[in-house]
Design a binder for this molecule. Structure first.
Ligand SMILES: O=c1[nH]c(=O)c2ncn([C@@H]3O[C@H](COP(=O)(O)OP(=O)(O)OP(=O)(O)O)[C@@H](O)[C@H]3O)c2[nH]1
Ligand SMILES: [Mg+2]
Length: 216
């Protein structure tokens, strides 16, 4: 039997975790969540870009846990709000606000505007404990709906209308969303390069024993 690599998915967002697990399900790796470990400090996401924050989350987690780690930093960019909420998407209506409060704020702010174009962006960083990382990014364009609709997904999905499927992201199944979303597109690139990524991880990991699990 071949040995497989363990990879920690460094996110505390349950909606993302579920999508990422689905997107990685056919990969020959053992996926670990942050919950598989004891409490670890939270990274401050104070970067100005998705790239910076994705790298911070992945490299911090890899360094603390000693495993290769994958992080996703993503967000919604609304044209009429000059690209807001962008990197502040998770805390746009305050640290403890609910998803409903966040998207209600957007709907309120763009009330009456004719340009309702928006996009989701996603940057994936795969890092090893010594610091180097690989980056993948993608974008998905849509428009902000007049009112929320649908109960699937997470975050701003109920107000993100995807014209090609004539539905909001929250009206799509997880499989449908992954087939067109920013996250799905970025993971498709990961998938295409997967053999190279595995070689890169093996070459860059300092202690081989810790992250290689034997399959039986
Ligand atoms: O409707 C949505 N559908 C999506 O597909 C999506 N992807 C990202 N987002 C929003 O952007 C924030 C990311 O911020 P973020 O990357 O810092 O993640 P997070 O703080 O939620 O978790 P973590 O991964 O940092 O632990 C999230 O909280 C959401 O508000 C999405 N909203
Ligand atoms: Mg975050």
């Amino acid at each position: 039997m071949q040995n497989s690599i363990a990879l920690v998915v460094a996110t505390r967002n349950k909606g993302k975790t579920s999508e990422i697990r689905e997107l990685l399900k056919d990969f020959p790796i053992e996926i670990k969540n942050l919950d598989d470990f004891g409490p670890i400090p939270q990274v401050e996401e104070d970067g100005d870009t998705f790239d910076e924050n994705a790298y911070k989350k992945a490299s911090f987690t890899a360094r603390i846990l000693g495993y290769p780690a994958l992080a996703d930093d993503s967000g919604l960019l609304v044209d009429a709000l000059d690209g807001a909420p962008g990197v502040y998407s998770a805390r746009y209506a305050g640290e403890n606000a609910t998803d409903e409060e966040r998207y209600a704020k957007i709907l309120q702010e763009i009330k009456g505007k004719t340009n309702r174009k928006a996009a989701f962006e996603c940057v994936i960083s795969i890092a090893v404990p010594t610091g180097p990382a690989l980056t993948y990014e993608a974008r998905c364009e849509g428009v902000i709906a007049e009112q929320p609709s649908g109960s699937n997904g997470f975050g701003y999905d109920p107000i993100f209308y995807y014209p090609e499927l004539k539905k909001t992201f929250a009206e799509l199944t997880q499989e449908e969303k992954n087939s067109v979303s920013h996250r799905g597109k970025a993971f498709r690139e990961v998938q295409e390069e997967f053999d190279k990524i595995l070689i890169w991880i093996r070459q860059n990991m300092p202690v081989q024993e810790k992250f290689i699990c034997s399959e039986d």
